[in-house]
Design a protein around this ligand. Structure first.
Ligand code: GUN
Length: 294
């Protein structure tokens, strides 16, 4: 039997409509509008595309965006100065520094300079530290991991007591999503490039989160029948039949895995749209906290 397709695009549209209504109410009742600053350094095409989508999504729900497109050769001191100005700007409630930064910049110092009250990406060491401990509340949870959990919740897929396997240990997805699954009382295994007998470990999963960035790595026979598969990968593979000469695929071989899994996210249209929806959510939550609105 073919898996249920988890329609992240449709779910994210519901969330964006909820957020739009909240922003309209904020504006009507209090005369306040949430603001997000996007900071993009350099000319990476993928980062430019992500930032453009984030700004467009802000405009659609009524969040003001402040775009900073900065040259590749900006110095650490100049970038830190911009972050500090944004920290002090009362119209900015969220600051997003698009990653990765060029190699000459110290990412850890830049992320650490963002006010934790405006850290809508959830990458500030204090927010990540709180996420990594029991009974500590981060002000913000990173957007893609939060989007993965939101998909499970909105599909009414239980997490507690389940075997969850996370493929990948990145700071942006693998590690934080593992923490969130653990907080929800899953039994969590994190796999990486040195994991031995990967297919057998993955096959334990009731919930599999694939976030390694390797096109169609997870095959049909790696997946336990009935498992829920959340595919975070976005990989471009050559395809002469497509307009740009490539198409996007996930970390999961969708056509094979959908015949085995109970539920699966497609690529595109699965986790991707949820990342942006969670960024909007975090930005509105931040603005409400700033203005003392419930
Ligand atoms: N690069 C890849 N994913 C993300 C993200 O969620 N936030 C930021 N700031 N950069 C990214």
């Amino acid at each position: 039997m073919s898996a249920q397709i988890i329609d992240g695009k449709a779910i994210s549209e519901v969330i964006r409509a909820e957020i739009k209504a909240e922003v309209e109410e904020m504006k009507a009742k209090y005369g306040k509008v949430p603001g997000l600053a996007t900071v993009l350094v350099g000319e990476r095409k993928d980062s430019q595309t992500y930032v453009r989508s984030k700004k467009k999504a802000c405009a659609e729900v009524g969040i003001t965006s402040f775009g900073y497109d900065l040259p590749e050769n900006i110095s650490q001191a100049e970038l830190l100065q911009i972050v500090r100005e944004l920290n002090a700007n009362p119209e900015v409630h969220g600051i997003l520094v698009q990653l990765p930064l060029p190699a000459h910049l110290d990412e850890e110092e830049i992320l650490g300079a963002i006010s934790i009250e405006k850290d809508v990406d959830g990458f500030h060491p204090l927010n990540i530290g709180r996420l990594s401990m029991k009974r500590r509340e981060p002000l913000f949870v990173p957007c893609t991991p939060r989007g993965c959990i939101e998909l499970l919740d909105r599909m009414h897929i239980p997490i507690e007591g389940k075997e969850a396997v996370v493929l990948g240990r990145s700071n942006i997805v693998g590690l934080p999503v593992a923490m969130l699954l653990l907080h929800r009382n899953a039994t969590v295994t994190i796999c990486h490039s040195r994991t031995r007998d990967l297919p057998n470990v993955v096959r334990r999963a009731d919930i599999l989160v694939a976030a390694v960035g390797r096109a169609e790595m997870v095959r049909g026979d790696w997946v336990k029948p009935g498992a829920t598969v959340i595919d975070v990968g976005i990989n471009a593979v050559p395809d002469p039949d497509k307009p740009g000469g490539h198409r996007l695929v996930g970390d999961v071989a969708f056509d094979e895995v959908k015949e085995v899994a109970g539920a699966i996210t497609p690529v595109p249209g699965g986790v991707g749209p949820m990342t942006i929806a969670m960024l909007l959510r975090n930005t509105v939550d931040s603005a409400k906290r700033f203005y003392g609105i419930q």
